[in-house]
Ligand binder design. Structure first.
Ligand SMILES: Cc1cc2nc3c(=O)[nH]c(=O)nc-3n(C[C@H](O)[C@H](O)[C@H](O)COP(=O)(O)O)c2cc1C
Length: 392
């Protein structure tokens, strides 16, 4: 449902999606009253539209294509997710993308590592505290293999007001996977089953996993489909690479095509979507997807989710202003120049791609050894609006 769109009887909400009946849809975000959204997904009765959507009144989402989010251009009624990138898609980034460009229904926050006990400080979850997240619906993510800790995390998150939790089953780093966490977890079916059970109990109706095709070989996910189908997962986010591939090489769309029909839960696709055309290609091959998740593409172009829905490419100075606002937030909250420089270098590691001569600009940014040098490199690439306000 489009930003600021109001749909009344028989009115189109966005490209292809139709909302009929007694309906008011506002701001990609609110659905009130009785409502049927056609074009892939039907919502009737009393229930839950998750993501990008806050609904009141009586309403249900039923059936396979449970929509977590709003209607999209192209008639596809799925959800656009922001992927988690540790060190980049932190709360200020998520908020500013949503406020300035829109298009994102739901964000998956970067992972919080679980220990192996019930005791866990609430401050671990500061990045997903309601104040930090703002209005963008956000799903907290955890990583670990201890069901007791997972249940404890669920309790903390519910106390913070969350109704969803995602388990990272895809982190590719060897030191993580070899301990049976991240992409190593599904390799151990018993430990995986215990975590699925604990997660579904800890966050009823709102537990999901993010997973790869396997750690070493691309067949683990298919081998675990039956196990996954035993649990009422809200959705399964699939990044169709193996763990050992890290983020390199091609996504394996044939393996993804083979595994998709085996999974009962709604599936969200994630991987290598850098342009609206990439998204369209994925959706035309896999029209039943419940969602698309955008990672590095969205970090390189924070307007990507909006562009997927038909918004025009914003002028570069809007991207620069976004970077400037983000830098100002970080400057106000981080202590000292070193953490700020680290944060900005990570951001510009992606964002440079949206600017002319981005590769040259990035080299200068990476070489900077002081905050003034870094800010002058950023200014040279993107203009004076791209650095923190106090330095302009
Ligand atoms: C720097 C970096 C940090 C990441 N952090 C996380 C994370 O915290 N949790 C997670 O599930 N995936 C994480 N990922 C994986 C991304 O969410 C995503 O699955 C991956 O980048 C592929 O999608 P993309 O091609 O759209 O970027 C990270 C990836 C990168 C490059």
């Amino acid at each position: 449902m489009n930003e600021k769109a109001k749909a009344t009887e028989r009115e189109n909400v966005t490209g292809g999606a139709k909302a009929t009946g007694e309906t008011t849809v506002t701001g990609g975000a609110k659905a009130t009253g009785k409502m049927t959204v056609t074009g892939g997904t039907k919502m009737t009765g009393r229930a839950t539209v998750t993501g990008g959507a806050k609904e009141t009144g009586k309403m249900t989402v039923r059936g396979e294509a449970k929509a977590i989010g709003g209607a999209k251009a192209t008639g596809w009624a799925g959800t656009v997710w922001m992927a988690p990138l540790r060190g980049v898609t932190l709360a200020p980034f998520r908020r500013l993308v949503s406020e300035r460009f829109g298009g994102v229904d739901l964000a998956l926050a970067p992972f919080v590592a679980l220990g192996s006990s019930e005791r866990m400080p609430v401050r671990l979850f500061a990045d997903v505290a309601p104040d930090a997240c703002g209005p963008l619906p956000t799903v907290p993510q955890v990583i670990g293999r201890d069901p007791v800790a997972l249940r404890a995390a669920g309790r903390i998150l519910r106390d913070l007001g969350h109704t969803r939790m995602n388990l990272n089953c895809g982190c590719p780093w060897k030191f993580v996977a070899k301990k049976g966490r991240g992409s190593g977890l599904p390799e151990d079916p018993d430990a995986f089953a215990r975590m699925l059970e604990a997660g579904c109990e800890a966050m009823p109706g709102g537990f999901s996993v993010k997973i790869r095709l396997g750690y070493r070989t691309p067949d683990t996910l298919a081998a675990r489909a039956e196990l996954l189908n035993e649990f009422p997962l809200e959705c399964i986010v699939v990044h169709p690479r193996t763990g050992v591939q890290m983020y390199d090489g091609n996504v394996d769309l044939d393996a993804f095509a083979a595994v998709l029909p085996l999974l009962r839960a709604p599936v969200v696709y994630n991987g290598d979507i850098a342009t609206p055309a990439d998204a369209a290609r994925i959706l035309s091959r896999f029209p039943t997807l419940s969602g698309l998740m955008l990672g590095r593409g969205l970090c390189a172009n924070p307007a990507l989710a909006a562009e997927l829905r038909g918004a025009p490419t914003p002028p570069r100075k809007e991207l620069a202003a976004f970077a400037g606002a983000l830098a100002s937030e970080y400057a106000a909250t981080l202590c000292g120049p070193a953490p700020l420089m680290g944060r900005l270098k990570e951001l510009w590691g992606y964002l440079h791609r949206s600017f002319e001569n981005g590769d040259d600009g990035l080299r200068r940014i990476q070489r900077a050894t002081s905050l003034p040098a870094l800010e002058s490199a950023i200014t040279a690439l993107a203009g004076p609006g791209a650095v923190a306000a106090h330095d302009r």
